[in-house]
Design a protein around this ligand. Structure first.
Ligand SMILES: C[S@@+](CC[C@H](N)C(=O)[O-])C[C@H]1O[C@@H](n2cnc3c(N)ncnc32)[C@H](O)[C@@H]1O
Length: 276
């Protein structure tokens, strides 16, 4: 596998998400994810203008720059993460002509962006943080001239993580996840290094929604938006076949491999073609 982010890169050494379940920002996991999401899709990265929505401190935008992207533009609602990204891009001597990192809400940004204004849009670990995932897909389709790369959790995630997982788990059958449906789950808006922008009082607690469509629903949405799709293949990294049932308890989570979330289908990644 190619090396995209070296072990001593500040994009790894200063990341606060190293040991969390389900997607840890370790050397191995990060480089493997970059390999599947970007490396295996080199043709939609090298030489391209790229928008990274929910970029956090710009780790994937930086990886795209290292792979030869023409221009990378990261946006995130968390001003501290954008500031940190700006510091790291400067520290790593990325030419100013090659990037922009900006504090912005994805809907406001995409609504005011011109049609086809980027070649490729990255949306990694962000779609589930909006209550309107279909609207977000539609807006990304408008702004991306050629491709959207998407990496997100699916309905099975609601059975293993989040406020209501214990209630959802026993009520989901394997067949349920084959239906075109979306589960809404509740989560705390305050994460370690960012805050989900929209939250509300729910039974006396400050909570945010996460939206978790099944793969079946994603496929209907892609069809309706005229977005031919390819499901990305994680078999280079998966260590065992598993389902959401293997990832429910704290002990199962502790023993799990990071790629189990992809092997089980609770997380999926797609390459979507917008050039039609
Ligand atoms: C789980 S992190 C993923 C970060 C990065 N894309 C990655 O894969 O490492 C989600 C990011 O989305 C940002 N975010 C959430 N809602 C957003 C919105 N409406 N507009 C822009 N960014 C948002 C958060 O601030 C956070 O940095």
């Amino acid at each position: 596998m190619n090396l995209y982010i070296p072990e001593n890169s500040p994009f790894l050494t200063t990341d606060t998400r190293k040991s969390r379940w389900a997607i840890p920002y370790t050397f191995e996991c990060l480089n493997a994810r970059i390999d599947i999401l970007l490396g295996k899709n080199e043709g939609v990265v090298r030489g391209k203008t790229i928008l990274d929505v929910g970029s956090h401190m710009g780790t994937f935008a930086y990886a795209a720059h290292r792979m030869g992207a023409g221009f990378v533009h990261g946006i995130d609602t968390e001003a501290n993460m954008i500031e940190k990204g700006l510091k790291l891009f400067k520290q790593e001597d990325v030419p100013l002509s090659g990037y922009r990192l900006e504090t912005a809400d994805v809907f406001e940004f995409l609504e005011s962006a011109a049609e086809n204004s980027f070649d490729t849009v990255f949306c990694f670990g962000m779609l589930y943080y909006t209550a309107e995932p279909y609207r977000l897909l539609k807006l990304m389709r408008r702004v991306a001239r050629e491709t959207v790369l998407l990496d997100t959790f699916t309905a099975g995630y609601a059975a293993v993580q989040g406020k209501d997982a214990a209630v959802v788990f026993p009520n989901i059958k394997d067949e349920t996840l084959e239906l075109p449906l979306m589960i809404v789950s509740l989560t705390q808006p305050e994460k370690k290094d960012y805050r989900i922008p929209e939250s509300f009082d729910y039974r006396g607690k400050d909570l945010s929604m996460i939206t978790l469509p099944t793969e079946a629903l994603f496929e209907i949405w892609f069809q309706s938006l005229d977005l031919p799709f390819t499901l990305l293949d994680w078999s280079d990294h998966t260590t065992r076949p598993c389902t959401f049932r293997d990832l429910a308890t704290p002990a199962q989570k502790k023993e799990s491999h990071w790629a189990d979330v992809y092997a089980s289908g609770i997380r999926v990644a797609y390459r979507l073609s917008t050039a039609n």
